[in-house]
Design a protein around this ligand. Structure first.
Ligand code: GLU
Length: 373
């Protein structure tokens, strides 16, 4: 657990708090517990650590106020109304509790789109960094009241990983009602064991995640936590799943409390990490074995190397590059829109200007805008 809170603590940390911890079954804020968490945050900030909070709970809180069924999750419209109502109470609560320790809270509500579009991502990142630099505590949630199904994160686990990346944090702590990743579902299998440390997220780890959420209140569950760990890891950020079912959860963790640590892949550069973590893709490029070899050797993807293209995308959209075995080996930003990409796929470089009617770009996907998976 050392990377977030121990002796070599991360300078900058994102703490994500799940709905089931923030809100009780009756739909009220678990204020007494929250006070212990905020006391931990204040203590860590006093000792020099910088902290951003990703807070769930808006939908759960709003649903109770609006008397909506199914915790406000019966329909997208309900969830959006609940979020709009709950968010104002949630941010007031954070501002008040942090304020009691002399800390200033700042609210940021973001959609998936805000972090997927490179320009908006850089903008959100600059705001976060500025707030943190000013000693303020950013409190972030998804802008659920405007995000439609297609442009929602849906869970705050992946949002927290993306925010960590945008904030330049070194670690994320997901405070949850589970205390880590188990070899199988501990509720059903007495022999299930918690995994303390994951160095690489392979298919066996993904399979352990199963699905669903234990509380039925948030929308996370272990699967979204593993996806969050994947995003964090490829961004060079450590991620921990830790139980928040105790008072002073951060202090407890610092004193050697347990959970599951997903160790960051240190080698990934920031822009490439952003690329690897993007969730929405609008098309794919299919390549042959020769192109796979060239890409692995560090080459750009030339039109001649593309066997076929599918999807409808614009210049600058992210495309997975898929090898002959159907597995995506890389991702990159397309230098062409889909109409032109289809026309030049498989064509040699010297034939391109005649086909396109304009001077071609150096590559279909340039290696500077590509990340190998
Ligand atoms: N953004 C949602 C809320 O504030 C929570 C998403 C989640 O459950 O992770 O209610």
């Amino acid at each position: 657990m050392v990377p977030a809170l121990g002796r070599d603590a991360a300078q900058r940390l994102v703490v994500k708090v799940g709905s089931a911890l923030l809100v009780d079954a009756a739909g009220n804020v678990r204020r007494a517990w929250l006070e212990t968490l905020v006391a931990d945050i204040a203590a860590r900030m006093a000792s020099g650590q910088q902290i951003a909070i990703v807070s769930s709970g808006a939908i759960a809180l709003g649903a109770r106020r609006l008397k909506l069924s199914k915790g406000g999750r019966a329909s997208l419209e309900d969830a959006q109304a609940a979020a709009a109502t709950g968010q104002i109470a949630l941010s007031q609560c954070w501002a008040e509790l942090l304020g009691a320790h002399g800390l200033t809270a700042a609210q940021m509500l973001v959609t998936l789109d805000d972090l997927e579009d490179r320009r908006r991502y850089l903008n959100a990142s600059a705001t976060l960094q500025r707030l943190i630099g000013l000693g303020v505590v950013p409190v972030i949630n998804e802008n659920d009241s405007v995000a439609t199904a297609e442009i929602r994160f849906g869970d705050n686990d992946r949002l927290a990983a993306r925010i960590a990346q945008a904030a330049g944090a070194q670690a994320v702590v997901l405070l949850s009602d589970v205390d880590g990743l188990y070899t199988s579902d501990p509720a059903r299998n007495a022999k299930a064991e918690r995994i303390d440390r994951v160095a690489r997220i392979d298919p066996a780890i993904v399979a352990m995640a199963g699905g669903g959420t234990s509380s039925g209140m948030g929308s996370g569950g272990m699967a979204s936590k593993i996806e969050a760990a994947q995003i964090a890891s490829s961004a060079g950020v450590d991620l921990m799943i830790v139980s928040g079912l105790h008072d002073h959860p951060l202090e407890r963790l610092a004193r050697g409390g347990c959970g599951t640590l997903f160790v960051a892949d240190g080698a990934t550069r920031a822009k490439k990490a952003w690329l690897a973590g993007r969730l929405t893709v609008k098309g794919s490029v299919y390549v042959d074995a020769g192109a796979v070899k060239a890409l692995k050797g560090g080459a750009s993807l030339l039109p001649a190397g593309a066997k076929s293209i599918d999807g409808k995308f614009a210049r600058g959209d992210v495309l997975p590059i898929v090898g002959p075995d159907g597995i995506a080996i890389a991702r990159g930003l397309s230098e062409y829109d889909s109409a032109d990409a289809v026309r030049i796929a498989g064509k040699r470089s010297d034939a391109l200007s005649a086909i396109l009617g304009y001077a071609p770009r150096a590559a279909l996907i340039h290696r500077d805008h590509m990340v190998m998976l």
